[in-house]
Design a protein around this ligand. Structure first.
Ligand SMILES: [Mn+2]
Length: 347
């Protein structure tokens, strides 16, 4: 019986060129998945490949990854397909609201691990495995099945992609993810890994953290942080990963305003939380959301400018969050008291 990696390669064999797409604000899992598959296609078929970037990459570690691994990413707005070119989407699915050009670029292949189902009707080849913690794990299995050893930078990217995707606790990793990491680690460049993990941070990062702590409110086992000016969209995820470690809560949500839309990020401290589905319910027709068991993200575009409108959307989001998590309506308690905040201000 043909393995999935055989069928993947077989269907790509006639392509004049292969272009890889991922979701907006690509993360290490999606960046390295593109890298791994590009090496596979180049080595097996000698077909030219292109990696793309949807939106911006602003998280310091992710920028460092692009730089250290020498990625050449073409902005998706500049993509023009030639005859017989094939498009492979990784770490996402078409029409899930995670793409700036949803529907405008034909997608022929989908390789993903998200539960959030997309529109797969016209896709030639689909390999979606929600049981895997990272798309990089799937890509690593393709390389191994095909006897292609990942190049040093590719192995570094794939290892880091799995690591960042599964770093929380309880881990969402399975034996396949551990296995892939074990295989990749000896092949990875540890100096580059260290440079990526300890990327230097802009001043705006620290201002954002202060704001996040100042505006964090506890409602029973939920903490919500509101950031009125999120300098980079990915910061919502960083804030929420910090807050979920607070021992008194099971849920953390960060909502930040960036570019006239609210960026939402959610984490659960316990397994079987179905965070992706819950956040989808919360956001409903106001925007888009999805994700995994313990991690979810979404966005709510504001219908217009103005503080009053923003506040009304915030109130509605909070109301829905409390309802979905079955928490009684209540006044939130500050994570750090106002008195403490003021006392510690140095003039
Ligand atoms: Mn992923």
């Amino acid at each position: 019986m043909a393995r999935r990696s055989d069928r993947f390669l077989e269907r790509l064999g006639d392509a004049s060129r292969v272009t890889f797409l991922s979701h907006v604000q690509p993360d290490p899992d999606s960046l390295a998945s593109m890298m791994g598959l590009a090496q596979l296609v180049q080595e097996k078929w000698d077909i030219p490949t292109r990696l793309t970037r949807d939106g911006i990459i602003s998280r310091a570690e992710n920028k460092a990854m692009v730089e250290c691994l020498g990625l050449d990413l073409i902005p998706i707005e500049e993509i023009e397909l030639i005859a017989n070119e094939m498009v492979v989407m990784v770490d996402s699915q078409p029409n899930t609201g995670r793409h700036n050009l949803d529907g405008e670029i034909p997608v022929h292949f989908v390789i993903d691990h998200h539960e959030t189902r997309g529109d797969l009707e016209d896709v030639l080849f689909v390999d979606i495995r929600p049981a895997l913690g990272a798309t990089c794990t799937l890509v690593t299995s393709y390389l191994r099945e095909q006897g292609v050893e990942p190049e040093r930078k590719v192995a570094t990217g794939l290892w880091y992609g799995i690591e960042t995707e599964l770093a929380g606790f309880p881990r969402e990793a399975g034996p396949n993810d551990d296995n892939a990491q074990e295989y990749l680690f000896p092949l990875a460049d540890k100096n580059l890994l260290a440079r990526i993990r300890h990327a230097r941070l802009p001043q705006s990062y620290f201002g954002c953290l202060v704001q996040a702590l100042q505006s964090s409110f506890i409602y029973d086992n939920l903490i919500i942080s509101w950031i009125s000016d999120l300098p980079q969209p990915e910061l919502a995820a960083e804030v929420v990963e910090y807050l979920i470690r607070f021992e008194e809560v099971d849920w953390a949500v960060c909502v930040g305003l960036h570019d006239n839309q609210l960026i939402l990020s959610m984490r659960a401290a316990k397994a079987n939380a179905q965070a992706g589905e819950l956040l989808k319910k919360v956001v409903g027709d106001m925007g888009r959301a999805g994700g995994h068991d313990r991690r979810a993200g979404g966005c709510v575009p504001l219908p217009g400018p103005g503080v009053a409108l923003l506040e009304s959307v915030q109130v509605e989001l909070r109301r829905r969050l409390l309802k979905v998590l079955q928490i009684d309506e209540q006044r939130g308690q500050r994570l750090v008291s106002r008195k403490e905040l003021l006392q510690n201000l140095q003039s």
